[in-house]
Design a protein. Structure first.
Length: 375
């Protein structure tokens, strides 16, 4: 028997991850059925006299009465909720590695993912953005524009507008690396020029939905996915359609952690309106609560929600981890050395892949014997 899972989001801004008033994106899911969801929504709208008879999370979090509604929703479905939450600026920093660095060594990218280089770069950029202000904002803004437009013009001087004295030496290395390897970056951008793909290249919806479904699939043999209408999801259905009727349960140890990567859908993703689908309204309220909590709200409701939200908000979530930058640890030291090695090779016109696995292994061995002096 198929388990219905309802999905909805809060904080959606598409390719605009630098939206000044929407710092977080949450994609929430709840395992229920039409009858249970309808009964709860009708009960709550009547009990709290909710206008329109519909739960709208963005409105509910604004008022004490609405927050009481969300509390009842979370209590009713605790244990049947999964949430993906993303800090948008950090997600953009992660995309930076994906489209600026990875195209330059794609043939051996598993080596770099294995040492967490992608996480190192994302956290370095995020730290610069939050700690150093205007110059880093220029770099992020220029990268976001580059990805949205996808033209690849003036790549030879990319990020020059963000070259300010306040920047760390690490940002200089990243900027110069990107400028020298502009041909690799241009080739990657050209692969996104089919219009719609480039239009949603920075959007977080597809990845969040896929990760949530994969984790639900580890609990249920067959899933029926019901989502609110979404342009990014409607555009890209290939990955999800490939899971219709799939019975293989595969995992990946990407990044050193094992994750489920397959699931079994009863059919293509179903799209429905929140007005007519009570399960989507439940998911919408949960997503709004997640954004409310992660945005730093401190009140009686958010304090009560926090233990539920945090426990359920780790499925593909994209949030910073400053442990990736603690130079007292060997992994950040190694990734710092790797960045210097990549920059040095790029500036000299040398191959970024030939002999690199061996070089990384040698650096790792040196750090194990002399973790501070080697770094």
């Amino acid at each position: 028997m198929s388990q219905k899972i309802y999905f909805d989001e809060s904080g959606f801004t598409g390719n605009n991850l630098l939206h000044p008033k929407q710092n977080y994106f949450a994609y929430a899911s709840v395992a229920t059925d039409d009858d249970e969801a309808r009964a709860l929504v009708e009960k709550l709208t009547k009990k709290y006299n909710i206008q329109g008879g519909e739960l709208k999370g963005a409105n509910l979090v604004k008022f004490s009465k609405g927050r009481k509604v969300i509390t009842e929703v979370l209590d009713a479905f605790d244990g049947r909720i999964k949430i993906s939450i993303s800090d948008k600026k950090f997600a953009l920093a992660g995309k930076f590695h994906e489209y600026i660095f990875e195209p330059c060594y794609s043939s051996i990218n598993s080596i770099f993912y294995g040492i967490g280089f992608h996480r190192f770069i994302a956290n370095v950029l995020y730290m610069e953005f939050t700690a150093r202000g205007a110059g880093a904002e220029e770099l992020f803004s220029e990268f976001e524009s580059l990805m949205r437009e996808g033209t690849g013009q003036n790549l030879e001087t990319i990020f020059s507008s963000s070259a300010v004295a306040e920047h760390s030496d690490t940002i200089r290395l990243i900027r110069e690396f990107a400028q020298v390897r502009h041909q690799d970056i241009r080739s990657e951008l050209e692969s996104l020029t089919d219009g719609e793909t480039g239009k949603w290249v920075l959007d977080l919806t597809n990845t969040a939905l896929y990760t949530l479904l994969a984790n639900w699939g580890s609990e249920h043999d067959v899933l029926t996915a019901v989502c609110d209408h979404s342009k990014p999801l409607r555009h890209n259905q290939e990955l999800f359609n490939a899971m219709v009727g799939n019975t293989k349960k595969l995992t990946s140890d990407f990044g050193g952690e094992e994750h489920p990567i397959t699931f079994n859908l009863s059919g293509p993703i179903e799209f429905a309106s929140s007005h007519d689908t009570h399960g989507i309204q439940i998911a919408d309220a949960i997503a709004a609560a997640a954004v409310y909590v992660f945005s730093g709200a401190r009140d009686e409701a958010s304090d009560r929600w926090r233990h539920i939200i945090v426990r359920q908000a780790h499925y593909g979530s994209v949030v910073p981890d400053m442990d990736e930058l603690r130079l007292g640890s060997q992994r950040p030291q190694l990734n710092t050395l790797v960045l210097h090695q990549l920059h040095q090779r790029a500036m000299k016109g040398l191959s970024l892949t030939e002999g690199m696995p061996e070089a990384i292994a040698n650096m790792g061995r040196s750090l194990r014997f002399s973790p501070y002096s080697a770094a």
